[in-house]
Design a protein around this ligand. Structure first.
Ligand code: ACM
Ligand code: ZN
Length: 568
């Protein structure tokens, strides 16, 4: 009897072990998947991965692939760089030179950023071939293979139907913001966040490092800035009107070494870190340390509650620009990003209108109110092309020049349109798409992050009892997020559309204090966002996306990523 039971158990085990099949219907969906399900290649333990071991990037991707296959399936592959007969091959080769082209014989047109990320993944009787023209493409191919594998345990082998996958992203900028100002998140968690981003093909981590409620970036020239500016005495615990606080000091900041560690970890996963120092508003934590930089002289507490603060950097004090250049200088030392975010949002001008220094500067620069309200000022600065908004543009201009001297481009929230855009500013459109469209019409580069589609601090389910407490003025469901189309032909010409670099999801953390909650807000919405960022509009189909989600959720489980289990 015992023997029979063992036999039956072994048969079931053998059956389940052999029935594991790869599925290429992944998220985000590749551009082209040509599968032949009548034939398969069986991936088994002990098989080798061949790659160019003289290239550290390719070697790293080979190691990632080995680790991911083991994680998903239990199959242990071998790193066999020189083995020409290995069943899994990673290949990077320059694109073939065109014989004849617009640029003349033998000349190669420069690749777009998206083309640099292109790859092919083919499975045939010979095995699995991942190929690309740049190592980043190889990394994308390896992620695609990883997501195609069944999530199993102790698998004896995985059957991969023959396939030819050809893929590249739609947009070059595919971002996610994490607000570490309102709440501090450990470097360890940020690494997990980056892993989740890389899984979804994202390539820009927008790190919101400073807020009224906490300064989180170490500036060596001003040791007190992070030491004292990172700590608020208490945090609000209910709706603002109640003014109820926990009376518990809250703090935390990143040393420059921490930031470098994050930059390196991100770069290994082909993610650029875009740091943000939000100015001249959202600066109360800095004013706490340097009250002389405020219009009134303070004192200013590190803000214990949320909202738009009227206390901002004084726009007329020359020390403000010195301070900003020192801070942005150290930021450039630490972050190699081609883009530096200067914030620029929600800067009320109440203090500037009354401040003798600000008004003297306005006079000196000859700034005047324009009779027409452009409506671009937005929350806290609804006075369009006022002299005060132009003073903000003057500050932006100074910082743009400074960043340009370090080889960087400035990104600002769409309020930077209000006083007039500086020459090369990139606009991050958050109050809908209006600001982004206006900027694209001025031939400025744009990143679309419209709040009603892209703000993942908002709930994803209508029934709020099913979600942790968040900013709940509207719902950003997966389907809402998925429906976002940044290039609407009625609004943008082809040339203007080319100014849209990409799309970003933003995770603000007023009400998100813990890693698990942050992941719950992020997932699976990042899966929806990833198709807005990666796929062409004609590929998108929400019901189809939903059908592909269970496979990804299994991988979330395997990776220890918390997620919202319902989708609307
Ligand atoms: C923002 O949400 N204030 C950019
Ligand atoms: Zn002032």
């Amino acid at each position: 009897m015992k023997r029979l039971r063992l036999f039956v158990f072994m048969c079931i085990a053998a059956l389940t072990a052999s029935a594991q099949k790869a599925n290429y219907n992944i998220i985000p969906l590749p551009k082209e998947v040509k599968a032949d399900t009548t034939q398969q290649f069986t991936l088994k333990g002990g098989m080798g991965i061949a790659y160019d071991s003289s290239n550290t990037e390719i070697t790293r991707t080979a190691e990632f692939l080995q680790q991911w296959v083991k994680e998903a399936t239990g199959i242990q592959l071998q790193l066999t760089p020189e083995d020409k007969a290995a069943q899994i091959k990673l290949s990077v080769s320059a694109p073939a030179k065109s014989k004849k082209g617009a640029r003349g014989k033998g000349q190669v047109a420069p690749m777009t950023e998206q083309q640099k990320e292109a790859y092919t993944l083919s499975v045939s009787g010979k095995g699995i071939l991942l190929s690309a023209t740049e190592p980043v493409g190889l990394f994308r191919a390896a992620q695609t293979l990883r997501k195609s594998l069944p999530v199993t345990k102790d698998s004896k082998g995985v059957e991969l139907p023959f396939v030819q996958i050809t893929d590249q992203p739609r947009f070059s900028y595919r971002g996610v913001l994490l607000d570490c100002g309102r709440h501090f998140f450990s470097v360890e968690f940020i690494k997990q966040f980056l892993d989740a981003m890389a899984l979804h093909g994202c390539n820009q981590f927008h790190w919101h490092l400073t807020e009224d409620q906490g300064w989180r970036f170490e500036v060596k020239a001003y040791p007190d800035l992070a030491k004292k500016g990172s700590v608020r005495e208490k945090s609000i615990i209910a709706a603002s009107k109640y003014r109820l606080y926990d009376n518990i000091p809250y703090g935390g900041y990143y040393t420059q070494d921490d930031c470098r560690e994050v930059v390196k970890y991100a770069a290994e996963r082909y993610i650029n870190v875009v740091p943000e120092i939000d100015m001249p508003g959202h600066m109360q934590s800095a004013l706490h340390v340097f009250p002389n930089l405020g219009c009134t002289g303070g004192p200013y507490p590190v803000a214990p509650h949320w909202g738009v603060m009227r206390e901002v950097l004084c726009g007329g004090n020359p020390e403000t620009l010195n301070f900003l250049k020192t801070v942005f200088g150290e930021l450039c030392d630490v972050f190699p990003s081609p883009y530096i975010h200067i914030g620029g949002d929600e800067c009320p001008k109440e203090r500037w209108k009354k401040c003798p220094k600000c008004q003297a500067k306005i006079k000196e620069l000859g700034l005047t109110d324009d009779p027409k309200d452009t409506g671009e000022g937005g929350r806290g600065s609804q006075d369009g092309r006022s002299a005060e908004n132009k003073l903000q543009t003057y500050i932006n201009h100074e910082i743009e020049q400074f960043l340009a001297s370090r080889g960087r481009s400035l990104i600002g929230w769409d309020e930077i349109l209000a006083g007039g855009l500086t020459e090369n500013a990139i606009v991050m459109s958050w109050r809908g798409t209006k600001g982004g469209i206006a900027a694209a019409k001025q031939k400025h580069r744009v990143i679309m992050s419209p709040n009603v589609y892209a703000y993942i601090d908002h709930p994803q389910l209508k029934d709020l009892s099913k979600t942790p407490r968040t900013t709940d003025s509207y719902i950003v469901s997966c389907s809402k997020m998925y429906s976002f189309e940044p290039l609407v032909p009625e609004e943008l010409t082809k040339e203007e559309g080319d100014c849209i670099l990409g799309v970003q999801a933003n995770l603000w953390t007023e009400h998100v204090a813990y890693p698990e909650h942050a992941l719950f807000q992020l997932l699976p919405r990042l899966g929806a966002m990833s198709e807005v960022q990666w796929c062409n509009p004609e590929q998108k189909d929400f019901e189809n996306w939903k059908a592909r989600l269970p496979q990804l959720k299994k991988l979330y489980d395997r990776m220890g990523l918390v997620y919202c289990n319902e989708v609307e």
